[in-house]
Design a protein around this ligand. Structure first.
Ligand SMILES: [Zn+2]
Length: 157
């Protein structure tokens, strides 16, 4: 079975910084129902960072994942070249480390599509709120056998 666990002490500085940014943003989650915090930070190839936080809606399906919000911010800024994305989350009331929060199925597809799929195969970092439990993977590992633009009858622009 896949074990993407990585020790915090093994993290390159840029990855640690991106996780810290995602954790900072997680505290801004708008989560009156779940109280769950999630933040995401996307690093563009030019080094710029875009962030997003999770926000709920009283109509549950309308809630927006942190990853989707961060990707939207980056795309809105015109970014098309990505290096990695960090996702950090958990229950801020819990004591001690939790399980790393991984992107939901929909966000795996979003990350795959927006960041360029297998051509770029961006790094995906996931962590709990203490940043002591960390997974490092790539998007093709997180989304095996993906549906992609190549499956469409029309080539993407
Ligand atoms: Zn999601």
């Amino acid at each position: 079975m896949l074990d993407p666990t990585v020790s915090p002490s093994e993290l390159p500085r840029a990855e640690k910084r991106l996780l810290e940014r995602a954790r900072e943003i997680a505290s801004r989650a708008l989560n009156p129902v779940s109280r769950f915090h999630v933040g995401a930070a996307v690093q563009a190839a030019n080094g710029d960072c875009y962030t997003g936080t999770f926000f709920e809606s009283s109509s549950f399906p309308l809630g927006v994942c942190a990853e989707a919000a961060a990707l939207a911010a980056a795309v809105t800024a015109g970014v098309r070249d990505f290096d990695m994305i960090a996702v950090v989350g958990g229950d801020p009331q819990s004591t001690g480390p939790g399980r790393p929060v991984t992107p939901c199925g929909g966000c795996r597809q979003r990350i795959f599509d927006v960041t360029g799929g297998p051509q770029r195969n961006v790094t995906v970092l996931c962590a709990d709120l203490t940043l002591s439990q960390i997974y490092r993977m790539d998007i093709c590992t997180l989304l095996p056998l993906p549906f992609s633009a190549a499956d469409l009858p029309i080539s993407p622009a």
